[in-house]
Design a protein around this ligand. Structure first.
Ligand code: PEP
Ligand code: MG
Length: 588
């Protein structure tokens, strides 16, 4: 049966492949393919874990005190029964032997399948055994990871998805294209994707400018987020088409639909080749305005793609990605310095704007931190607030950036500033970092210092920012989130997340205009900069520095080459003041 699921389009293109479902697990699970010669070894790992966990549960069962609640005995008995369950064992053997999944992946895949069978049961008692099954699998996974296996607990709430281990995601033994379907993936998970085998992905949750979506866009593989129950509807191995342009997932497509989408895929390839010819064309408008198309990157290695796409510099290096997936051990000054230096060298003399760490909100450092995401993390200890709360960590980042500046042109960018005192503290710490390097006779280079304008308070106090900073960079992802009071990661309010809201356009236009009047560069590095549908409007509002995913540069350049900023300016003013800017835009 063919059916479709609608979500939010976040990364363009068409992917066709077999679904791989990531089961929810509270234990980080590595997913990788094994070699046929490793099947026995992998099955042994599962048997050993099962025997060890069985032994533990049996010992517990024997030592339960007489006055313990009878439910505890019963619970342990259920766990022993599940550990010996043939359906679980059979399925796991299948994933390992026939599909060459590693043991942990096989266990979570089978858990997903059996869980669904439990969900379908009429008997409430049996349905509730699903929680026990999850606990049993979790104990096995913990044992395999060498983590302490805890006592059986009353059924826990499900948590976010398993995470991805880059080393293991490389697979060259399979040629069937695979697409990944998950309830949720954190930006840290997505980062691991950079070298994965998947040709597309879908998540149930997430908004268009959630950080997960942003990383997905940088991978340039078709992706849909906010697809609500996709991970419930799609089954392991279903053939799936992901239409990243329309935000649609087609499950179990008929041969005719498959042929249609395969055709679209080829067309997209032809378009990509056509755009590639613009790589070395300077981005100059019809009326001779030079437009700076810069790259947003997450890792130093991304500079390769930035150069390939003709970026004239890095406008936003999201340094926080160096801090992720490190199980609590943050990169020290030396490690950061080497990473920033690699980025500077990678850009071959072009400028690199390094943003100081911006963690918090939907970018926890790891999944444990995500569990603490109560209250309202977007309004909490995030970005510069996080840095100023830990001066020694911040100083080591500032020293690393200063040192990297000895190797090429580096700009320092500070996220999420709002208060004059944060500005002063930042500059004091920067000075202190210089003095520390001077004292140790460590060489460093000059820095231009910029502020991100991404909270309304900053956009409404521009003279303060223009007085202290060399340049500004508008972070529209957050500016929209905070101005319109829309959580950028929440798909339930995604329809209200509107870059064309008159309030947003006015804040953006005002920042560009005041920056120009003060003779300071104003860049825009939010997702708006990489949306070719908005290029003409932003040009008309006076923007000259656009920073975006390298994969967007050529599409935006194509728009720039067709534009005349003088003719666009009055139109852009009309759009900005219209009650319905989106409708007014059509009148260009
Ligand atoms: C922004 O907020 O627009 C931005 C570029 O920063 P980030 O998306 O990393 O919050
Ligand atoms: Mg931001």
């Amino acid at each position: 049966m063919t059916f479709s699921i609608h979500g939010l389009a976040v990364a363009r293109g068409i992917a066709i492949g077999k679904a791989v479902l990531v089961a929810s697990s509270r234990v980080d699970v590595a997913h990788y393919f094994i070699q046929p010669s490793q099947i026995e070894e992998e099955l042994n790992r599962i048997t050993q874990a099962r025997d060890a966990v069985m032994g533990e549960v049996q010992r517990l069962h024997q030592s339960v005190p007489k006055d313990a609640p009878p439910e505890l005995q019963a619970l342990l008995e259920v766990h022993m029964m599940l550990l010996q369950d043939e359906m679980l064992a059979e399925g796991v053997r299948y994933w390992v032997k026939d599909r060459l999944y590693n043991a942990e992946w096989a266990l979570t895949s089978q858990l997903e399948i059996v869980s669904r069978q439990f969900d379908d049961m009429d008997d409430a008692y049996l349905r509730e055994r699903k929680g026990d099954l999850e606990q049993v699998v979790e104990r096995l996974l913990r044992h395999m990871k060498g983590l302490p296996t805890s006592l059986p607990q009353p059924h826990p709430k499900k948590q976010a998805s398993g995470s991805w281990h880059q080393d293991h995601l490389l697979d060259d033994s399979h040629d069937v294209p695979l697409v990944l379907i998950a309830h949720d993936l954190s930006p840290a998970d997505m980062l691991q994707f950079k070298q994965s085998v998947f040709t597309g992905f879908v998540t149930d949750v997430g908004g268009k400018t959630s950080h997960t979506a942003i990383v997905a866009r940088s991978l340039d593989i078709p992706a849909v987020v906010g697809a609500r129950n996709a991970s419930q509807w799609v089954k392991q191995d279903d053939w799936v088409i992901i239409d990243g342009d329309a935000g649609v997932i087609i499950v179990g497509p008929s041969p005719i639909i498959l042929a249609e989408y395969a055709f679209k895929q080829r067309q997209a390839e032809v378009e990509r080749e056509r755009l590639a010819r613009l790589r070395h064309t300077p981005a100059v408008t019809l009326d001779g305005q030079h437009i700076h198309l810069l790259a947003n990157i997450e890792l130093p290695e991304d500079t390769r793609l930035a150069i390939e796409m003709g970026a004239v510099g890095v406008g936003l290096f999201r340094s926080e990605f160096l801090f992720m997936n490190r199980e609590g051990r943050l990169p020290d000054e030396e490690e950061q310095y080497l990473a920033y230096k690699r980025a500077v060298e990678g850009m071959q003399g072009l400028p690199v704007t390094i943003r100081t760490v911006d963690v918090g909100a939907d970018k926890p450092l790891d999944r444990t931190a995500k569990d603490q995401a109560h209250l309202n993390p977007a309004l909490g200890l995030r970005a510069i607030r996080w840095s100023l709360a830990d001066p020694s960590m911040f100083l080591s980042q500032l020293r690393a950036i200063l040192r990297a500046a000895a190797h090429g042109k580096v700009n320092l960018l500070i996220p999420m500033l709002g208060h004059a005192k944060e500005i002063h503290q930042t500059f004091q710490l920067l000075e202190q970092a210089r003095q520390q390097l001077d004292k140790k006779l460590i060489p460093y280079g000059p820095l231009q210092v910029g502020a991100m304008i991404e909270i309304p308070a900053a956009a409404l106090s521009l003279p303060l920012f223009l007085k202290h900073f060399d340049f500004l960079s508008v972070g529209t992802n957050d500016l929209i989130q905070y101005t319109l009071a829309i959580d950028r990661a929440d798909e339930q309010v995604a329809h209200l997340y509107d870059p064309l809201h008159p309030a947003i356009l006015q804040l953006v236009a005002q920042t560009i205009a005041l920056g120009a009047a003060a003779g300071k560069e104003v860049a825009l590095c939010g997702e708006m900069a990489g949306d070719p549908g908005l290029t003409r409007l932003l040009l008309g509002l006076g923007l000259r520095y656009f920073s975006m995913h390298p994969t967007q540069i050529l599409r935006v350049k194509q728009e720039v080459l067709r534009s005349d900023t003088q003719r666009l300016a009055p139109w852009a003013q009309r759009v900005m003041h219209a009650e319905d800017p989106a409708a007014e835009m059509q009148k260009a």
